[in-house]
Design a protein around this ligand. Structure first.
Ligand code: COA
Length: 228
């Protein structure tokens, strides 16, 4: 056996025995994922009008949402299982509102495969039009732990700041699955919580965590590269 084969076997065994990056997280996060950087073929696309979403892409968005929700993901359907009848009208409602300044879908694509997506929204009312919200942040369950979620979020920051000219982003996250930590690493701050606001089931109340990102204050590295 060559030295390189021995090293490869030891590396594989070490990865297998290493604690899950998702630690004590339940259900959706309990499976082991290989740690990889996003593949070179990862790219982003946006939908800013309904014309940007063809029938295949619409179905891929729906399939992803069903997959993520049925794995217990906090992406807008808290009571799985769901199916096409739940996800399709919800997606169509978003598609019907698409507009460059007020509602965009940002998609992570590997080649032509949709691997994750999110929705950026702003209310056009002048009092609050300087900030927006993120919704339905999700990556496909078979592509977790590969850096796609972080890449998608960073791209969303750039789109919100540079294309929608937003000054802040807000989001509400379900407590108890470690999402605050993930977002804090990306520059977000927890600014409060609604204690016990989310009743996932009898005896399973969770806080709703309110998170804020100041788009001027977050790291600007790669700002120029983020226009793609
Ligand atoms: C949250 C989510 C988008 C992350 O996607 P991903 O492609 O796995 O993200 P990455 O590979 O870029 O991982 C980023 C980091 O987040 C962590 N992470 C991943 N999923 C997490 C979760 N559900 N909770 C907390 N942390 C998580 C990973 O451990 C990783 O940290 P590491 O690099 O130190 O190991 C994905 O897990 C998902 O779709 N979850 C279900 C829906 C959901 O909860 N959305 C958030 C709505 S507010």
């Amino acid at each position: 056996m060559t030295a390189s084969v021995v090293i490869a076997v030891i590396t594989w065994a070490a990865r297998l025995l290493a604690p899950s990056p998702y630690g004590r997280l339940p259900a959706v996060s309990a499976c082991w994922h290989p740690r990889r950087m996003p593949s070179d073929s990862l790219r982003f696309a946006q939908a800013t009008t309904t014309r940007d979403v063809n029938p295949d892409r619409r179905q891929a968005l729906i399939d992803c949402w069903i997959d993520v929700s049925n794995a217990g993901g906090a992406a807008g359907f808290p009571f799985p299982p769901i199916d096409q009848r739940d996800a399709a009208p919800a997606l169509d409602a978003i598609l019907g509102n698409l507009a460059p300044q007020t509602c965009r879908i940002l998609m992570a694509l590997d080649g032509d495969d949709l691997v994750g997506w999110l929705n950026i929204r702003r209310d056009a009312f002048a009092l609050i039009a300087h900030w927006g919200t993120l919704h339905h942040v999700q990556t496909r369950t078979d592509r977790r732990g590969q850096g796609i979620g972080v890449a998608l979020m960073k791209k969303a920051h750039a789109v919100a700041r540079d294309q929608m000219e937003l000054e802040q982003l807000h989001l509400a996250a379900r407590a108890g699955v470690g999402l605050e930590t993930l977002y804090e690493r990306l520059g977000w701050k927890e600014i409060g919580r609604w204690p016990g606001a989310l009743r996932l089931g009898p005896g399973d109340d969770r806080d709703e965590v309110l998170m804020l990102l100041e788009l001027g204050a977050e790291e600007h590295t790669g700002r120029r590269q983020e226009h793609a």
